[in-house]
Design a protein around this ligand. Structure first.
Ligand SMILES: [Zn+2]
Length: 508
């Protein structure tokens, strides 16, 4: 009788706890605030709307037709890059004849424009784009990649998304302002590297040195990076604009093992191939730490949780309960796994010269993309710990640190958010950029670096970047021009933006 009473008491308590948890989950799901501020949308009927007329379209198409391909730092089509310089100069006569705009050349091919504002007390900002493109395999395209064919509502061509649309978008916007007699109030720069696709080590690096040698810092930097993702983020009911607030670092390590060579007829214990293989298998089977809930993805969820489908909203608004489950789910898919940890990719393995000789050395190359909560040194240390074998030597072939995480409560972030919303009317959220851009050279110039290009893309269109049939919707190119126009205008009157953002944000 007594045991029965105790059991029923335990059962009742468990049910009570479960009930409390369910109520807490429901309350949190329905009361989690909307972190999105709203702004007036940019309309075609606005007196300052910039239409994509034939002249502007032709400027852009000609830019696409100039094949500014870079395959390595020494192997760029430099003639084409100079041709693009000329085309920029011819397309924007007001920019090039204004006495408050300075055009500066770096490493012969990289351009920096300095637009001096009328109010020198406002801190300057910088817009970043680049002149070069990656190669295109013409045989795999529907159209010639450098024809700038206009078809089915798109402009096709290498560089239409990466990233001549931002280059010409910002220039058209500025030229338009000048034609209207608007001199910018706030000083800003426009940087256009010539070797972004192959490291930025000559172009962007020289631009960075220019600023640091003069002691100039920037209030914020807007570079290419993430996009307006249409149907890409699972659980979202609407497209969402993602601003990259950090980018991953990279480290390429070479692991090697050396043993005394010998004849295959008398193998003595372990071979270099055996030792190294074991080490590589350990690296592959022991992924680095899962940082879900500690990195930029947490902020992303805070900003979009209200725009998710109900099942996603229940899960994401209750990380206190479902966090470990979601962390595991993120780790299962390569694209979400890349967001939450430093990834490990075994990319090369070489050993042996002859079938009957025990190879004295074996070498393997591992490429890591480093999460912003780790450093190159951390990754090296962890790899050594996983391998736990002193016979495996490691050499750093190349490496750069992940970027710092830029804040979402800065003026620069708010200006970008506002401009994106005005053009696209979609939720905006911070995120981790898993690729890299020229902005890695600018981390000392500003703590507010945001990686976003105003491209509205579904997953098929996204594949065109560095892939085949890269194309931009004609309408999206028009949006790009107007986005930069709004960005420039908003940057000049950002003082009262803060209150619009203060209302909604809450930590998950
Ligand atoms: Zn690019």
């Amino acid at each position: 009788m007594k045991t029965r009473k105790i059991l029923s008491l335990i059962l009742k308590s468990l049910l009570l706890i479960l009930g409390v948890i369910i109520v807490a989950v429901i309350i949190r799901t329905v009361t989690f605030p909307d972190a999105q501020p709203y702004f007036e949308k940019c309309k075609v009927s606005d007196s300052d709307f910039i239409p994509l007329n034939d002249v502007r379209l032709q400027h852009f198409r000609t830019a696409i037709q100039i094949p500014t391909v870079c395959t390595s730092i020494d192997n760029c089509n430099f003639t084409a890059i100079l041709q693009l310089h000329d085309h920029i100069q011819e397309s924007f006569p007001l920019i090039h004849s204004s006495n408050f705009i300075q055009r500066i050349l770096f490493a012969n091919y990289t351009l920096l424009y300095r637009v001096e504002g009328t109010n020198s007390t406002l801190p300057p900002y910088m817009l970043v784009s680049h002149l070069d493109v990656v190669p295109a395999k013409a045989a795999e395209w529907q159209v010639d990649p450098f024809s700038a064919t206009v078809k089915e509502g798109y402009i096709f061509g290498r560089g239409t998304l990466d990233v001549k649309q931002t280059l010409f978008g910002m220039m058209e916007a500025l030229e338009f302002r000048l034609a209207k007699g608007q001199r910018p109030i706030r000083t800003f720069y426009m940087a256009m590297g010539h070797d972004e696709e192959v490291s930025g080590l000559r172009g962007a690096k020289a631009v960075a040195n220019y600023f640091s040698s003069r002691g100039i810092t920037l209030d914020f930097i807007s570079d290419e990076g993430m996009v307006v993702a249409d149907g890409i983020l699972p659980g979202m009911q609407t497209p969402v604009a993602l601003i990259g607030i950090a980018e991953k670092g990279m480290a390429t390590f070479e692991f090697s093992v050396s043993v005394t060579p010998g004849h295959a007829s008398m193998p003595a214990g372990e071979t270099s191939i055996g030792i190294l293989s074991k080490a590589m298998v350990s690296l592959e089977q022991n992924p680095h730490e899962n940082f879900f809930g500690k990195g930029p993805e947490r902020l992303l969820l805070e900003y979009v949780v209200n725009k998710m489908t109900l099942p996603h909203r229940v899960l994401m608004a209750n990380l206190w309960l479902f966090g470990p489950l979601i962390a595991r789910a993120f780790a299962l898919k390569p694209n979400t796994n890349a967001i939450i940890r430093t990834t490990t990719a075994l990319t090369m393995f070489n050993a042996g010269v002859k079938w009957n000789v025990i190879s004295s050395t074996a070498k393997a190359v591992v490429n890591h993309r480093i999460h912003p909560l780790q450093s190159v040194a951390d990754v090296l240390k962890i790899d050594k710990k996983i391998i736990q074998d002193d016979r495996v030597k490691v050499k750093i072939l190349s490496a750069y640190e992940p970027s710092p995480i830029s804040p979402t409560d800065s003026d620069g972030y708010r200006i970008l958010h506002q401009s994106i919303y005005q053009i696209f009317e979609v939720p905006v959220a911070p995120a981790l950029f898993i690729a890299s851009s020229d902005s890695k050279h600018f981390v000392k110039l500003s703590k507010n670096i945001y990686r976003f290009a105003p491209s509205f893309l579904n997953s098929a269109e996204l594949k065109g970047i560095h892939g085949n049939n890269e194309k931009i919707k004609i309408k999206n190119y028009e949006q790009t021009i107007n986005f930069y126009y709004h960005l420039m205008i908003n940057a000049e009157k950002s003082a009262n933006l803060k209150s619009a953002f203060d209302k909604g944000h809450q930590d998950l």
